[in-house]
Write a protein that binds this ligand. Structure first.
Ligand code: UDP
Ligand code: LCN
Length: 822
């Protein structure tokens, strides 16, 4: 069952055909390669290579002959090529997670399969030749520690880590009569504040446990199903059983039967059922460090968007699921969830300067804010997520002390979110020896082209040297990784995944990563978020509509005068509205949508455009990208004379009012448009769909999976504005002719949400992960320990130094006493 698959074998077959294919088109290929190398050293992306080939082989028929067959397949799978005359080295991605590297000699057309290391060296030559030649350049190889850890084989299995871990564990406990011993030992460790759960030392061998389960099964089966656990607790205790099996006779019998069957003939279904019933997780810590993490007046502020919504909704869903499970386990335990974030003394009128805040709609969950302490005092202002690294080590120490105090001991599960939260979570989890799950719906590496090889150029602005180092530390330290979609891990047919981009990459002068992460690692899981359905409900549920917001929304959309909250106006209010809402980051491409709209007369005639995002005075922004986008918005409105057809509304912070805004847009028979250049998941997409608003969303990233194109919404290509705006215009034209079409799309969107994107599904999956991986890490203790030592070295010798290179702004430092507590 242990599969340490050699994926290169499968892919090499395709590359093997390359010499023949080149030979067959020798004349044209020699010309193409001469052209590629003739322009000197460079890094080329697929589109550039294609353009060059098209320009070299002018004759269409000849060109298609050359590009048909295996050569065409290989070229179309090429992600990039490093041209170092007389060689061109290709990075070929056959399917998600499966790569080959080859170098072709431009004169002889000889083909050599090369290692990823050699390919990276080729690439480095383009940016830092001395480094590429340095025999002692630092190479990072996390893969060296994966020996003996099972890995998946098929790209289609990626993301179903839990399913496979359950299978691997099943096979491990089937290997002989005592192979289930680790499970017994694990059960013996379960306790709540020192009080034993499930079994005690009486049942310290597999044999004793099996025998006791048989006796107990006969006894419990004879009881009326609804007999309360307390009524037969004493009898079970005599045989070595403790609390946690169930709240009544029926539940106890089921749990015991599942375990008996597992010990007799293990199978993954029983394994999952058993782990999902284990009383092992009650105290959860979630780290979400940067931004303004608050429950009101923070959304839309720089760096503060979906992640805050995601974490708060996640907490609510996890607490609900924990309470349900605790009840079913027959325990009287209070769960506790702490979201640990940064305390910002200079909070902009929100509560981010308060130490503790109960989380709304929960009973046992709180936000704990810990300030960024420095040697000179506490940091007062907000800092960008890109500049946060110098503060994290001290933050994790301060946070640990506070958590241990508040939880009166260690948490059972630690979850990190985003680079900073994950790094802190990995430091704390390693220190406390707690199971670690990480989340990074938006790894920055893929957002900026060539951000790795160009790190030196980008570092002053983005500090990617710190960020990518922190990301690799966290993803390797994690026991399991929660992702929102498949594409986040392993991308799509043509685009590598966010995690996949960390498999092999190089930052010349810093280090070369020859194995950063393995996307076939069974730690990867997909658990997609939902939207809070008590807030985002369909527009046609009239009795639930939040009518109190409607006058304000009417003003927000349709009043004629500009003010601090909105500019522009809608001259013809009978037209449907196309609506978008996002932070004004470049990647969100709100300016792109404005331009598409500006250019497309047909669309402008059919609909109005309403945008929520940022604010109007660039000098008021503290965020570099936001400032540039604000200026661009103004110039586009001017250039395309959009006044009368566009309403630009400043960032909105009230989720309830926003939900009603989506519904009011649905009332106009409009649509939501999410035009991002890349979107990791895209909460606005599911919020809009939950409200019954037909949705057009980017085909780059998560929304491509959320929406089935043409069925539950539409995909649009952010890199092809004309095509996208035509698709939107076609939709509204069709709706004009057939109003039922709009309703059909609205309903189909809602169906898709309810089948796949709810918080209930999410919470169930994540708790099961915490439980199963908690045991899995015990089974792989040795490898885990070795890897952790390597991580520690990497952290100490690289990350710390990089983070120390930052200057801590002194003007922001305040004496510790100035923070507020409540
Ligand atoms: N949002 C908001 N006001 C704004 C912009 C965004 O309330 O002005 C909310 C939006 O409703 C969604 C979240 O912020 O809940 C954005 O999440 P998404 O996943 O779309 O993008 P992110 O900001 O995380 O990149
Ligand atoms: C971060 C992002 O970039 C979004 O795509 C996600 O929807 C959000 O986090 C919540 O997961």
């Amino acid at each position: 069952i242990i599969c340490s698959c050699d994926h290169s074998m499968a892919s090499a077959a395709a590359v093997d055909t390359m010499p023949d294919a080149l030979r067959q088109s020798r004349y044209h290929m020699k010309r193409c390669f001469a052209r590629l190398t003739g322009m000197g050293r460079r890094l080329m992306k697929f589109q550039h290579i294609k353009d060059e080939i098209e320009q070299t082989i002018e004759d269409k028929i000849e060109r298609s002959k050359v590009l048909e067959g295996s050569l065409g397949d290989i070229l179309s799978s090429t992600q990039e090529a490093a041209v170092v005359p007389p060689y061109v080295a290709f990075a070929i991605r056959h399917s998600p997670g499966i790569w080959d590297y080859v170098k072709v000699h431009a004169d002889s057309l000889s083909v050599d399969i090369i290692t990823s290391t050699d390919y990276l060296k080729f690439k480095e030559t383009l940016f830092d030749e001395d480094w590429a030649k340095d025999e002692n350049a630092l190479e990072i190889d996390f893969g060296a520690f994966n020996v003996g850890i099972p890995s998946l084989a098929l790209p289609s299995s990626i993301g179903d880590g839990l399913g496979y871990v359950l299978k691997f564990m099943t096979s491990m406990i089937t290997r002989g009569s005592e192979s289930a011993k680790p499970l017994v030992e694990y059960l013996l460790t379960l306790n709540h504040h020192g009080e034993k759960l499930m079994i005690n030392e009486t049942l310290n061998t597999v044999g004793k446990l099996r025998a006791a389960l048989l006796i107990a099964d006969v006894f419990v089966s004879a009881l009326p199903k609804d007999t309360l656990y307390q009524n037969f607790e004493q009898k079970l205790k005599e045989w070595g059983f403790e609390k946690g099996w169930g709240d009544n006779a029926e539940r106890v019998r089921q749990t015991m039967r599942i375990l008996s069957e597992m010990l007799q003939a293990p199978d993954p279904t029983n394994m999952e059922a058993f782990f999902s019933r284990l009383p092992a997780i009650y105290k959860i810590v979630i780290f979400s460090v940067h931004g303004y993490f608050g429950q009101a007046d923070v959304l839309g502020l720089p760096d503060t968007g979906g992640q805050v919504v995601y974490i708060l909704d996640q907490v609510k869903a996890l607490e609900e699921e924990l309470l349900l499970r605790i009840k079913q386990q027959g325990l009287n335990v209070k769960p506790q969830i702490l979201v640990v974030t940064r305390l910002i003394p200079d909070a902009q009128g929100n509560k981010c300067n308060q130490e503790m805040e109960p989380i709304a709609n929960t009973m046992h969950s709180h936000i704990l804010r810990v300030p960024f302490n420095t040697e000179k005092g506490v940091l007062g202002p907000w800092v960008s997520r890109f500049d946060i690294y110098p503060y994290l080590e001290r933050f994790s120490q301060d946070a640990t002390a506070k958590i241990l105090e508040l939880m009166e001991g260690k948490p059972d599960l630690i979850i990190g979110n985003y680079t900073d939260g994950n790094l802190v979570a990995s430091l704390v989890a390693s220190k406390l020896g707690v199971t670690l799950g990480t989340i990074a719906h938006a790894l920055e590496k893929t957002k900026y082209e060539d951000s790795d090889v160009k790190w030196r150029e980008l570092d002053p602005k983005y500090h990617f040297s710190c960020q990518f180092t922190a990301d690799m530390i966290a993803m390797n330290a994690a026991d399991f990784i929660i992702t929102s979609t498949y594409q986040e891990i392993a991308g799509s047919k043509n685009r590598p995944g966010q995690y996949e981009s960390h498999v092999a990459f190089t930052m010349p002068g810093l280090y070369r990563v020859i194995s950063g992460i393995n996307v076939f690692d069974p730690k990867f899981n997909i658990a997609s978020p939902g939207a809070d359905q008590s807030i985002y409900f369909p527009f046609m549920e009239k009795q639930k509509r939040l009518t109190k917001f409607q006058p304000a929304i009417e003003e927000l959309l349709f009043s004629k005068e500009d003010n601090d909250e909105h500019i522009g106006f809608l001259a013809d209010r009978k037209k449907p509205i196309i609506f978008t809402m996002a932070r004004l980051d470049t990647v969100k491409n709100i300016t792109g949508l404005t331009e598409w709209y500006g250019k497309n007369k047909r669309l402008r005639n059919l609909v109005n455009l309403v945008i929520v995002g940022g604010f109007f005075d660039p000098s008021k922004s503290k965020d570099r990208e936001e400032m540039a986008e604000i200026k661009k918005m103004h110039s586009l409105i001017e250039r395309y004379q959009l006044k009368g057809q566009i309403r630009w509304i400043a960032a909105q912070t009230d989720r309830y009012r926003n939900s009603e805004l989506y519904r009011c847009v649905a009332d106009t028979k409009g649509a939501f448009v999410q035009p991002a250049l890349y979107e990791a998941f895209g909460l606005t997409v599911i919020e809009a769909m939950n409200c019954g608003l037909p949705t057009f969303a980017t085909n780059q990233g998560g929304p491509a999976e959320i929406i089935v194109d043409g069925v539950s919404g539409f995909h649009i290509d952010p890199n092809n504005g004309d095509e996208s705006s035509k698709k939107i215009a076609d939709f509204f034209e069709k709706c004009k002719g057939d109003t039922r079409y709009w309703h059909r799309m609205s309903q189909a969107g809602l169906r898709r949400i309810n089948e796949c994107y709810t918080w209930k599904i999410y919470a169930n999956k994540v708790l099961n992960m915490g439980l199963a991986y908690g045991f899995w890490r015990q089974l792989n203790q040795e490898q885990k320990k070795a890897k952790q030592r390597y991580i520690d070295i990497f952290y100490n010798l690289r990350f710390r130094k990089l983070a120390k290179n930052f200057t801590i702004p002194l003007e922001g430092i305040k004496p510790a006493a100035s923070t507020e507590t409540c």
